[in-house]
Design a protein around this ligand. Structure first.
Ligand SMILES: *Cc1c(COP(=O)(O)O)cnc(C)c1O
Length: 485
């Protein structure tokens, strides 16, 4: 009986051993990956950034059969890397450009090889301590006390979700209170905030959109007046949300004024700095972030301002008890993980996740290997590139939006005697047809504009010169089309 069992187990082992490639095979695999990575990175400068070609569904089908890694990588190159927006490219100047540091990719490789369990200190004290060090560094950057807590998330959306849950719990917004509780935000607040409010059961809460100044920033005077009026009419204001770098135009709300108002009325102060946060590291912009240290919770995305690959967000929360209310749990099967009498940081206590990616390494390793200086230089470079870009556009006769706080701005072609919106829509189409740079669009004050966001670490002077060339060519084509009409 036992013999038969042993034989069958060994039979299965020979098949399942395919999951543990030999050193020889591992080296072959690594060479294929390395070849692809080099080809991709070396070719990115001249390759198109955008392709609207459809994905060939068939070739991505899981049919259960073995294929060589080489073949799989070829499929990846064609169907994945080659279609849609090349997020890793410097020519990506739309939405919020992605990063994709090589050293982050190496960190992911390491983290996956040793497969650290990054939810609990007990399981991997090293991994969890690295996460804590990343958070401690961020606390220093943003002027938070070390007693604050936080966690690294998949991105700004989940980070907002965690922060807003803590705000809800700290102010004890139970169902019976929701209908007369008030949250203050702006029309420029990122939609992930609204999404988070719905998810955490605050859909019925009263939302006040505070008036904005001409640069789309919250007007503190108006905010104060709204809060006072709401208190006078018996409502329950509890949360104010400011943005440090709005998605449409990169504006920074007056953080200090809003923070002081929030404190005065004992409201939870949340700052969404997902896009803009790390510009605090630059000499030019530091001042604009004054008051961010007053926040009760703060969201920032290393996968934006620190150029990490997608899947690196962060949340800081000043009051640990507030966040533990909803996120800290114990269970019988977890009893071994509670170290007796020791207070340790467990990321799982500040996150909806338990088993989670050791994402701290992809932030920590690049900061160790490169040091902080190139990151700051890169952010300063992006600020200057934005200024340069806007100047060049103006020289060429394009209109640009107001001087931006950070690196998001917009432009339009002031075509005469024709509908400007459809004209600029067409201009964007022509730019995307070329495909060497990518822009997205937005509506500002009811007007269609082409939006530019300079944040990829690979966007350099040459990229902007190329962008100007592409835009000029598109405009010439557009002019021809208009003259034929
Ligand atoms: C990008 C962004 C978000 C959402 O973050 P994800 O990382 O995409 O989930 C939230 N707020 C602001 C201001 C952003 O720029």
């Amino acid at each position: 009986m036992t013999q038969k069992l042993r034989r069958r187990i060994l039979e299965l082992e020979t098949i399942s051993m395919d999951l543990e490639p030999s050193e020889l095979t591992r080296n072959e695999y690594l060479i294929h990956i390395q070849d692809f990575a080099n080809r991709f990175i070396n070719g990115m400068g001249s390759a198109k950034v955008y392709s609207h070609e459809k994905v060939n569904d068939e070739s991505l089908l899981i049919d259960g059969n073995k294929k060589t890694l080489k073949r799989v990588i070829d499929i990846y190159a064609k169907e994945v890397a080659g279609k849609g927006i090349t997020a890793a490219s410097g020519g990506h100047l739309g939405y919020i450009p992605g990063g994709g540091l090589f050293t982050s990719a190496l960190a992911d490789f390491l983290a996956d090889i040793t497969n650290e369990y990054a939810g609990l200190y007990y399981a991997s004290p090293g991994a969890v301590t690295i996460e804590k060090k990343v958070l401690d560094w961020m606390k220093t950057v943003f002027g938070f006390p070390f007693s604050a807590t936080g966690s690294l998330t998949s991105g700004g959306s989940v980070a907002n979700l965690i922060a807003l849950t803590a705000a809800r719990d700290h102010h004890n917004i139970k169902p019976e209170k929701i209908r007369y509780s008030v949250i203050y935000l702006s029309r420029q607040t990122h939609h992930s905030v609204q999404k988070a409010l719905k998810i955490i059961g605050l859909e019925e809460v009263i939302i006040r959109y505070t008036d904005l100044d001409e640069n789309f920033r919250i007007e503190p005077g108006r905010l104060r007046k709204q809060i006072e009026d709401d208190i006078a009419s018996g409502l329950n204001p509890f949360l104010v949300i400011a943005t440090a770098g709005t998605t449409d135009i990169g504006a920074i709300d007056p953080l200090r004024d809003i923070g002081e108002i929030s404190r005065a009325y004992k409201l939870w102060y949340h700052v969404d700095a997902a896009y803009g946060g790390f510009f605090i590291l630059t000499k030019q912009k530091k001042e604009l972030f004054r008051g961010i240290e007053l926040a009760d919770s703060l969201v920032t995305d290393p996968h934006k301002g620190l150029f990490m690959p997608s899947g690196a967000g962060a949340v800081l929360i000043r009051n640990r008890e507030a966040v533990f209310h909803s996120f800290q749990y114990t269970a019988n099967y977890m009893q071994d993980s509670v170290l007796s009498g020791q207070e340790v940081y467990n990321p799982a206590d500040v996150s909806p996740e338990l088993t989670r990616h050791f994402r701290a390494l992809r932030v920590w390793l690049p900061l160790q290997v490169h040091g902080i200086e190139p990151f700051i230089a890169c952010l300063e470079e992006k600020l200057l590139l934005t200024e340069y870009f806007r100047n060049r556009l103006n020289e060429k006769g394009f209109m640009t939006g107001p001087v931006p706080d950070l690196t998001i701005s917009y432009f339009w072609y002031p075509a005469e005697k024709t509908d400007q919106d459809s004209c600029n829509r067409r201009l964007l189409e022509l730019i995307l047809q070329d495909g060497h740079v990518f822009f997205s669009s937005t509506i500002i004050n009811g007007k269609f504009v082409i939006r530019m966001a300079v944040l990829s670490f690979r966007t350099r002077l040459g990229t902007i010169d190329k962008a100007i060339e592409v835009i000029q060519d598109a405009r010439i084509k557009l002019d021809k089309e208009l003259s034929i009409q």
